[in-house]
Design a protein around this ligand. Structure first.
Ligand SMILES: O=P(O)(O)OC[C@H]1O[C@H](O[C@H]2O[C@H](CO)[C@@H](O)[C@H](O)[C@H]2O)[C@H](O)[C@@H](O)[C@@H]1O
Ligand SMILES: O=c1ccn([C@@H]2O[C@H](COP(=O)(O)OP(=O)(O)O)[C@@H](O)[C@H]2O)c(=O)[nH]1
Length: 487
């Protein structure tokens, strides 16, 4: 099968560079092993009509990566505008941060249509398209308008909110209707999938049967595919990381004190202010933890051109400085705060150095850092994961210490519990989490999605010859095969 994977952000296979976000980090090994072609934005823009839209096409393991310069007139309205100032806040249930502009929606649709036209270059016999994330909700519909009848699947890396929040997104009905051009919609959690189908039924008034939305476009199957990681790779990276200068310098600097680590994009969904406030509370209420626990917070800059992100960067910097000013000593800095990224090989060593991993988003599709922290631990002396119950990862990593990130006192107390946890309990919890991570790898995630997408081709082929039958017979046969997985 000729698999075309599409996302806004793509990753380069450069092992010494940081990954920008979990989507790119996750898809890189999938493309390397599956032989798919991965199409995405080059990060640059171009003016006017483009005879050859592809900036670069290069091999990536068994697959290839093709990047495009997106249209200059629409890029801002698409990426910073509609995708990240309307959709992203809504998808993370932050209606207060939704910014509405009609031009942004037009640009978003233009970029989706532009990408659809560009993809036609790679279409061959037995092609399947796998579209990633909220940047391309309407890409499937654009491909259908170009006459594509191949299976087209979509995976949403973020949460999907309740219908009332989606109503704050401009053109929400048109967009969700466009999403029903996909054959298969994948979500991170049951809750996201339920919320989506709830919207389809309540807002669009469409029938939903056994996880399938039925519209005039046909049948759209909605399923849950929690994204995984390559746990063995992180374990190997971590085991070999001690000699890396950043890792060894960090270890030497600790002088027996315990380290907690946070690794996040500077995004309001990640709950950084609440997390730092919890450490502030810990050092205030339980002064015995001064000097004995410190926090290394890696906060990589993200979407800096958007006001909400600029404000967050200022707020976090101010809070860190205030907390360090109040709790610091001449020879002790409570929070080491870094606005830069590290390669995953170094990150694995930093994870292993920390006795506590703090992953406390207010809302997060999955959060791969939570999984990576667990995978990087020393099996003989593993650290403790403190994890928000609002991260998708909490569904699988239920042996972590689960917290409510809005409860600052509760988080402070849980960090203290993590610091004091005996080895037997740490090992028991770690074993349980590692078993889940090993049982559900990133390669398995991709294989499951693609296998399901292939069943859409088989189902369509079974229904197509009936198109000439009277509508009554067609309806009966379509419903007879609904919910049946053809293998
Ligand atoms: O591309 P950016 O605007 O720089 O943002 C980075 C990525 O952020 C989001 O990542 C999500 O995907 C992860 C993997 O499934 C998941 O663990 C996390 O919870 C999500 O937030 C976004 O969805 C991606 O499109 C961005 O590339
Ligand atoms: O300095 C850094 C910080 C993060 N990451 C990677 O970025 C991804 C972040 O994914 P996550 O799902 O946690 O959050 P997102 O940023 O996608 O919302 C993880 O794979 C990290 O290993 C990295 O390579 N270097």
């Amino acid at each position: 099968m000729n698999l075309i994977v599409v996302s806004n952000r793509v990753a380069r296979g450069k092992p010494n560079e940081p990954m920008t976000g979990g989507l790119a980090a996750a898809l890189l090994p999938v493309v390397e092993h599956s032989g798919a072609i991965w199409v995405g934005s080059s990060g640059r823009v171009r003016d006017g009509h483009q005879k050859e839209p592809f900036a670069e096409i290069e091999a990536l393991g068994a697959g290839a990566i093709a990047t495009l310069d997106l249209p200059a007139a629409h890029y801002g309205g698409y990426y910073e505008g509609f995708a990240n100032s309307a959709l992203w806040p809504a998808l993370h249930s932050r209606s207060d941060l939704i910014r509405v502009s009609r031009d942004d929606y037009v640009s978003y649709r233009e970029v989706n249509a532009f990408m659809a036209r560009a993809l036609m270059r790679f279409r061959k016999d037995k092609t399947a398209f796998w579209v990633q994330d909220y940047h391309f909700l309407a890409l499937g519909a654009e491909l259908r308008d170009l006459g594509v009848d191949d299976p087209i699947g979509f995976f949403l890396h973020t949460p999907w909110p309740v219908a009332a929040v989606m109503q704050g997104v401009p053109n929400h009905r048109e967009l969700v209707t466009a999403m029903l051009a996909y054959d298969l919609l994948g979500f991170q959690t049951e809750e996201d999938c339920r919320n989506f189908l709830g919207y389809v039924a309540s807002e669009l008034g469409l029938a939903v049967e056994d996880g399938v939305a039925i519209s005039q476009n046909g049948r759209t199957r909605c399923e849950v595919f929690p994204i995984g990681i390559d746990a063995e790779k992180f374990a190997q990276y971590a085991a070999k990381s001690a000699s890396h200068p950043d890792v060894s310098r960090l270890r030497r600097s600790l002088n027996g004190e315990r380290l907690a680590i946070g690794v996040d994009r500077l995004d309001y969904s990640k709950g950084l202010v609440n997390r730092i406030s919890a450490f502030d509370r810990l050092w205030t209420e339980q002064p015995q933890f001064s000097r004995s626990i410190s926090l290394l917070q890696i906060a990589t800059p993200s979407r800096g051109g958007i006001e909400a992100y600029g404000n967050l960067q200022n707020d976090v910097a101010r809070l860190v400085s205030d907390v360090n000013g109040r709790h610091g000593e001449v020879d002790w800095t409570p929070i080491r705060y870094l606005n830069k990224g590290f390669s995953q090989a170094v990150l694995a060593g930093l994870y292993r150095t920390a006795q506590i991993g703090v992953v406390t988003p207010l809302h997060d599709g999955m959060n791969l850092v939570a999984k990576e922290y667990v995978a990087a631990q020393n099996p003989a002396d593993p650290g403790v994961l403190v994890l928000s119950k609002f991260a998708g990862a909490a569904n699988e990593l239920d042996a972590a210490l689960l917290v409510n990130p809005h409860d600052i006192d509760g988080m402070a107390r849980t960090i203290a519990v993590a610091a004091a946890m005996p080895l037997t309990e740490r090992r028991m919890r770690w074993d349980a989490m590692m078993k889940k991570l090993r049982g559900h790898t990133i390669q398995q995630w991709a294989a499951d999605f693609v296998a399901e997408l292939e069943t859409c081709r088989t189902e369509k082929a079974a229904v197509a010859p009936l198109a000439t039958q009277p509508p009554q017979a067609l309806r009966w046969l379509k419903s007879a095969i609904s919910g049946v997985r053809l293998i």
